[in-house]
Design a protein around this ligand. Sequence first.
Ligand SMILES: Nc1nc2c(ncn2[C@@H]2O[C@H](COP(=O)(O)OP(=O)(O)OP(=O)(O)O)[C@@H](O)[C@H]2O)c(=O)[nH]1
Ligand SMILES: [Mg+2]
Length: 407
Amino acid sequence: MIEKRDSNIENVVLVGVITKEQNEEKSKEYLDELEFLTYTAGGEVVKRFVQKLEYPNPKTFIGSGKLDEVRSFIQDKEIKTVIFDDELNPAQLRNIEKLLDCKVLDRTNLILDIFAQRAETSYARTQVELAQCQYLLPRLTRMWTHLERQKGGIGLRGPGETEIETDRRIIRDKISLLKKRLKKIDSQMSIQRKNRGKMVRVALIGYTNVGKSTLMNVISKSEVFAENKLFATLDTTVRKVVIRNIPFLLTDTVGFIRKLPTQLVESFKSTLDEVREADLLLHVVDISHSNFEDHIASVNNIISEITPQGEDSSKPTIMVFNKIDAFKHESIEEDDLTTERSKEHYTLEDWKKSWYAKMENKCVFISALKKDNLEDFKKIVFEEVKKIHITRFPYNDFLYQEYEENV
Ligand SMILES: Nc1nc2c(ncn2[C@@H]2O[C@H](COP(=O)(O)OP(=O)(O)OP(=O)(O)O)[C@@H](O)[C@H]2O)c(=O)[nH]1
Ligand SMILES: [Mg+2]
């Protein structure tokens, strides 16, 4: 199922909506993110189409007039791919495909595609493949009948619905096979996690592209792949880190994104187990991003979503505001008396004040890239790890003083 696309740039058109739930500004932010996702997947956005609607059209997502507009544009420019900024239901996908006569993707499909391109280990590949099958199953239409040929179902079934039924069965078989495979790897991984012993475990979490891997690299002097694309990291990496005299395990995790496809939430459970089993979370935030507060909310939502009911999802957390080197804010001219001061005008100092108060000082402002303020970062992490370490190993806390004197 996993297809690695070649590196030829694909021209793409994006389609989004402005509704009661998402105003013009939000819609633009979402499309900006969709454009970044498209770029990550190897596409180039030629044009965006946006329509104002009460709610998305149940049959075709946008209205038929707008869809006509899209069709004549893509025919004119010979564009073969249109991406919608929401998950399209199977009927919508089918209707739109028929009307536009080109490849139609939605946000979920695009994210799955990126994950497929980037999955390196057999674990990640199995997870992605499972997610793709789960996405595909309800969307199987006649165009998927080639699957039957793969299986060589000789003269067993006639054309039409029966073929689709066969394809569905093939996909279902595959899903159960992949699930079995994952279960096996999951149990191996949980044994591995147990073998790590009682050492304090710290996990870097956060929205995609905020700098988690970069921070991991500077702190642990390791070389985790980091780049300016979304979802650079798909596998968790664990490193032993020592700050002063306390060793602990630091885990780099897969980045979160708004509306993480449900299929992926499910199949990345084991990655997220790392987060659940961590003693301390370092929630990394890209403060130079204009929507960083939304990102924080998305991450917190996903964390509470993956936490089984009855389990407490709150655990010690330090907010790590990264990319302070790239932080910018709007300013108001002194003679401008009409513009109201809002969050766009907050300086770094304003943000610090507000977050220190909110987090009771459990936050730090750094630049992982420029290595700014890493000392403060290490200090605050050390203090928190030490608290956990002391409760876990109550009899050897004498170790600290000795070493601290040498720092
Ligand atoms: N300006 C600036 N850029 C940074 C900083 N830290 C990281 N970056 C850049 O941000 C981009 C993303 O960094 P990564 O470390 O890959 O981010 P990540 O959070 O691991 O991303 P995913 O693995 O995709 O979730 C890279 O281009 C980094 O060079 C920083 O402090 N300042
Ligand atoms: Mg990363």
